[in-house]
Ligand binder design. Structure first.
Ligand code: HEC
Ligand code: HEC
Ligand code: HEC
Ligand code: HEC
Ligand code: HEC
Ligand code: HEC
Ligand code: HEC
Ligand code: HEC
Ligand code: HEC
Ligand code: HEC
Ligand code: HEC
Ligand code: HEC
Length: 262
């Protein structure tokens, strides 16, 4: 009841107001006092505070009435669509702007919904392309399953165990890219200790060997892509007399394996 009386008084007040102040931009504003923030402040302190502290371009480029033309009870449709002013970019072709821009008076305060994927691609095409082109379990997740807040970079070890206690978070991306984690690639200065946890046999043989191969790291021979097997000739050519190479089809017939040279 109290509220009703309050509103009635207010409605009368506002109806009265509309005679003088200028709600929109249409009439000859020059002569009249335009409806500035000070006027709205009388009743809407929260929105004013929001705009003044975090309004960004919505504070500096436009004013309340550029968005709110008219007022109850005279006008019941004074909530603007974002598309009134933002159009012509993929990012603006979405339905629910307020899903992320929760408060239009603090437009750059962004909170993600639980699941977002296509929305992110309006600005981050590359990540979407990688996830699609190189299918992995990560491709089945929403961006926001990993990135809970904007610009938040999750740690791999927040969801995965490392291969080995000596391999810390910082090592993961020497082999895995987050959006194509099964395309395992690394540089040739990757230390042998990163391979050892999964390749005990090769590591053991190379530790024992007397040959100079024992001084090389795994990655110097198995370069770039995981699983690559080099041919001896890539580094040595055909070092012996042609007769020998013609007679023996593989170097291994005399030398054994690279990890255990005879
Ligand atoms: C005298 C007090 C008063 C002033 C001054 C005032 N408003 Fe309001 N306004 C209200 C009240 C009360 C409501 C709630 C009306 C309702 O929900 O029925 C309201 C509601 C609104 C709404 C929400 C409308 C909706 O559909 O939910 C907007 C937007 C708004 N005001 C904008 C403004 C702007 C912009 C100004 C300054 C140009 C302004 N108001 C000045 C009292 C005021
Ligand atoms: C960029 C456009 C824009 C500007 C500028 C803007 N608003 Fe709003 N305002 C909105 C939108 C959109 C909503 C509806 C938000 C929603 O639905 O959650 C809204 C909602 C409101 C409401 C209703 C809030 C509620 O909880 O129901 C009030 C009151 C209001 N605005 C007042 C103002 C005042 C005062 C100013 C100036 C200081 C202002 N707005 C500037 C876009 C704007
Ligand atoms: C009356 C026009 C108008 C409306 C309606 C409007 N905006 Fe804006 N907005 C602007 C202008 C002007 C700018 C500054 C130039 C630009 O970035 O396009 C801006 C900038 C922004 C920015 C960047 C702020 C900054 O300072 O970098 C965001 C985010 C934004 N708007 C979101 C929204 C959302 C979400 C809505 C709908 C709730 C909305 N706008 C409705 C006019 C408007
Ligand atoms: C999934 C979340 C999300 C949705 C939905 C969303 N935005 Fe954004 N928007 C963002 C992020 C994130 C930024 C970048 C902020 C930054 O640069 O820090 C942004 C930036 C903006 C900007 C600033 C200029 C620019 O392009 O960088 C404007 C304007 C804007 N959005 C308007 C809109 C409008 C209009 C809609 C609805 C059609 C919308 N947004 C829907 C997340 C979203
Ligand atoms: C309107 C454009 C826009 C939208 C939409 C957008 N972003 Fe961004 N995003 C940016 C900008 C601009 C940056 C900062 C640029 C930079 O640091 O490379 C950024 C940075 C990031 C970063 C940090 C990048 C880094 O190198 O540190 C992550 C992570 C991110 N965004 C994830 C997302 C996710 C997830 C979504 C969807 C829920 C999203 N973004 C939606 C514009 C956007
Ligand atoms: C499985 C979790 C996961 C998913 C799903 C995911 N990301 Fe990421 N994203 C990461 C991790 C981890 C990083 C790297 C963090 C670091 O560098 O410390 C990252 C980095 C980024 C970066 C920074 C630049 C780069 O490429 O390294 C952006 C931008 C980004 N993600 C956007 C997205 C977008 C957009 C989506 C959805 C299309 C998405 N991410 C999906 C985990 C994920
Ligand atoms: C928010 C959680 C999350 C983050 C962060 C995350 N992942 Fe995953 N990842 C998963 C889930 C869930 C799976 C599927 C189950 C599993 O294999 O553990 C997965 C699977 C994988 C797979 C196997 C993919 C397949 O299709 O078999 C690899 C490799 C992987 N993640 C590496 C990484 C790396 C490297 C990072 C950091 C750059 C990372 N993940 C960050 C959740 C995450
Ligand atoms: C030296 C390269 C290398 C580094 C560094 C590395 N990984 Fe891997 N990771 C691999 C290889 C190779 C596989 C594939 C094994 C297979 O085919 O089964 C793999 C597989 C995975 C998988 C899939 C599930 C599994 O265990 O087979 C996850 C998850 C994963 N890595 C997470 C991580 C995380 C987290 C880190 C950092 C702590 C990390 N990796 C560091 C090479 C590496
Ligand atoms: C997470 C465990 C893991 C890590 C770390 C790892 N590998 Fe592997 N690697 C495997 C598994 C499992 C296989 C066998 C399955 C396959 O072919 O993918 C394999 C296979 C290989 C093969 C043989 C492929 C074939 O065709 O027989 C080579 C060569 C290899 N790894 C080298 C490396 C090198 C070099 C490193 C370090 C830079 C490394 N691996 C790191 C798990 C790992
Ligand atoms: C990625 C390059 C690379 C590949 C592939 C490679 N080697 Fe070597 N190998 C070397 C280097 C480097 C040395 C040391 C040369 C030096 O110090 O003069 C070496 C040394 C040798 C030696 C001399 C051993 C010693 O202790 O003096 C033999 C024999 C040899 N390699 C045979 C092979 C055979 C057989 C294969 C194939 C199964 C092979 N290598 C594959 C790089 C390679
Ligand atoms: C001198 C170059 C060289 C070095 C150093 C080297 N490899 Fe190899 N590796 C080869 C070659 C060549 C083959 C193919 C088999 C052969 O002919 O010896 C091979 C085969 C493999 C295979 C597949 C078959 C098998 O024998 O298990 C794995 C796995 C492997 N290497 C892992 C490793 C790891 C892990 C390291 C480091 C601890 C390493 N290699 C160091 C050259 C090298
Ligand atoms: C018929 C057996 C045989 C075959 C086949 C063979 N080698 Fe040899 N290789 C030898 C012998 C024996 C030596 C040691 C000669 C010496 O110490 O002077 C040797 C030495 C080497 C050396 C060390 C040369 C140096 O100067 O220290 C390299 C490197 C080498 N072989 C690479 C290869 C490669 C690569 C292949 C295959 C394309 C190959 N060998 C095929 C028997 C063979």
């Amino acid at each position: 009841m109290k509220k009703f009386i309050g509103q009635t008084i207010l409605a009368v007040f506002l109806l009265g107001c509309t005679v003088t102040p200028n709600w929109g931009a249409d009439s000859a504003a020059a002569a009249e006092k335009p409806l500035d923030r000070e006027f709205c402040r009388k009743c809407h302190t929260k929105e004013i505070d929001d705009i003044e502290t975090k309004g960004m371009a919505h504070k500096t480029e436009i004013d309340c009435v550029d968005c709110h033309a008219g007022h109850k009870p005279k006008s019941f449709e004074n909530i603007p669509r974002c598309s009134l002013c933002h159009s012509d970019a993929p990012h603006y072709n979405q339905l629910q702007c307020l899903n992320c821009h929760r408060n239009p008076h603090r437009p750059l305060e962004i909170k993600f919904p639980k699941k977002a994927y296509a929305e992110c691609l309006t600005c981050h095409e590359t990540q979407g392309e990688e996830l699609q082109q190189f299918p992995s379990y990560h491709s089945t997740l929403a961006c926001t399953d990993c990135h809970h807040q904007h610009k938040d970079l999750p740690e791999c070890t927040s969801c995965h165990q490392s291969h080995d206690p000596t391999m810390a978070e910082e090592t993961c991306q020497t082999c895995h890219a987050p959006h194509k984690p099964l395309q395992i690639a690394y540089s040739d200065d990757t230390p042998t200790s990163f391979c050892s946890p999964c390749h005990a046999e090769a590591t053991g043989l190379l530790e024992k060997t007397q040959s100079k191969h024992g001084q090389l790291s795994c990655a110097e021979c198995h370069m770039n892509q995981h699983g690559t097997i080099p041919a001896c000739e890539e580094c040595h050519g055909k070092p012996h007399a042609p007769g020998i190479h013609n007679k023996f089809s593989s170097c291994g017939e005399c030398h054994g394996t690279a990890h255990q040279l005879n």
